[in-house]
Every structure is written in C-alpha cells, then in structure tokens.
Ligand binder design. Structure first.
Ligand SMILES: Cc1cc2nc3c(=O)[nH]c(=O)nc-3n(C[C@H](O)[C@H](O)[C@H](O)COP(=O)(O)O)c2cc1C
Length: 188
C-alpha cells in the first residue's frame, strides 16, 4: 500500500479538543511507517488551545510542525503529493480564505493545493449560528470538492464525558480520512 500523507491544520475556532483527539489518534497509529503527518497551526489556534484545554500540549507531539508562514513546507506544493488535509477545528475566517482562494499563509495555501490537485479536504467547521457568508463559503468549498464536516457531536452512542462527546466528531473525521477506527456504529 502506498504511503498516506496527511496534513492536520488547526485554527482558532472553538473546539481545540477535536484537534487534540485527532493528534492523539495519529500518535497511537500502529501504521506509522505508512502514514506521514504534517501539522500547521494558526496563531489563534494556539491561543484557543491554551484557553480551552489549559495547556500547551500541542508542543509535545512528535509530528513535524510547520510554521504558518513557511511556504517551503512540502505541502505548499502539489508535487509533494499529500493526499488529505483536515482543518480541525476550522474557523469561519479560514473557511472564507479557503473558499476565496486567498493563499496568504501555509494553511490556506495547503488547502488551495489540495483542492487544485483534486485530493481530499475536510473542514471541521465550527460556528453557531451561521450567517449567509458562512453558508455560501461552505457551498463554494463543497462545489470545489471539499467536505464540510460540522463540529457537531452526536449523542446516540450515549457519551458520558466531554472527551467521549468530542470523540463522536473525531471518529467521523477518521472515517472520512479513510482509516480504521474502532467506534460505536449504529446497528452493530
Ligand atoms: C476562545 C475563542 C473561541 C473562538 N471560537 C471561534 C469559533 O468557534 N468559530 C470561529 O469562526 N471563530 C472563533 N474565534 C475567533 C477566531 O479565533 C478568529 O476569527 C481568528 O481570526 C481566526 O483565525 P484563524 O482561522 O487564522 O485561526 C474564537 C476566538 C477565541 C479567542
């Protein structure tokens, strides 16, 4: 099987726990030789993480973190062949920049590249309620081939903790990435 190359981008929307749980999932992945993960965080992603989770634990992961202004990062170019990008959580500002092709930092450039190469872009959009601009931007990204995966938990698995609630979203993200993932499945 060919190597998977995945970008995890974190922005300053509420829901740093989603990013944490996804990074934890990739940390535990058995298939490390076949999966390469690159991470980019916006400035506000770090601020919101520190506010919501009360730590700077994003510094402890062993993945390669790229500065948000580093256009020399491999996934700034389609030639590096990253196959999937997840923006988790995705702020409305970042959604707007991606929908309008404003590649003014590594994060928005990487999303632009993924779309132009017709690869998989998953935006875990977080805001409530939405205005018409948000909805139009989600429509534009969907028409360009991206996937809007709302940061909206489900409750039919009867989660008991905040982590279990958040994991209901993260499990759907992992399903969309196309990796094996032990999770509650309706009907099983
Ligand atoms: C604690 C906190 C929570 C926020 N939650 C959201 C949110 O849920 N959705 C959103 O679009 N912006 C939210 N924001 C505002 C964004 O951080 C802000 O618009 C920022 O410019 C987004 O930039 P980025 O996309 O480059 O991270 C929040 C800001 C703070 C400080």
């Amino acid at each position: 099987m060919s190597k998977r190359k995945i970008i995890i981008a974190v922005t300053g929307a509420s829901g740093s726990i989603y990013a944490k749980l996804l990074l934890d999932f990739f940390t535990l992945q058995q298939d490390k030789n076949n999966i390469e993960v690159g991470v980019v965080m916006s400035d506000n992603a770090k601020t919101v993480w520190e506010h919501e989770l009360g730590n700077q634990d994003y510094k402890n992961y062993s993945f390669t973190f790229y500065d948000k202004n580093n256009f020399y990062a491999p996934f700034a170019s389609g030639s590096a062949k990253y196959d999937t990008m997840v923006v988790v959580p995705c702020s409305m500002g970042t959604l707007g920049r991606i929908a309008n092709g404003i590649s003014n930092d590594l994060l928005s450039r990487a999303a632009d590249v993924i779309l132009k190469e017709r690869r998989k872009l998953i935006l875990v959009a977080r805001e409530t309620p939405y205005n018409l601009i948000h909805i139009k931007n989600m429509k534009t990204v969907t028409e360009a081939g991206g996937i809007i995966c709302p940061a909206t938990p489900s409750f039919y698995s009867q989660p008991k903790t905040i982590e279990e609630v958040a994991q209901t979203v993260v499990s759907r993200i992992i399903d969309l990435i196309g990796l094996e993932n032990e999770t509650y499945r309706w009907g099983n």
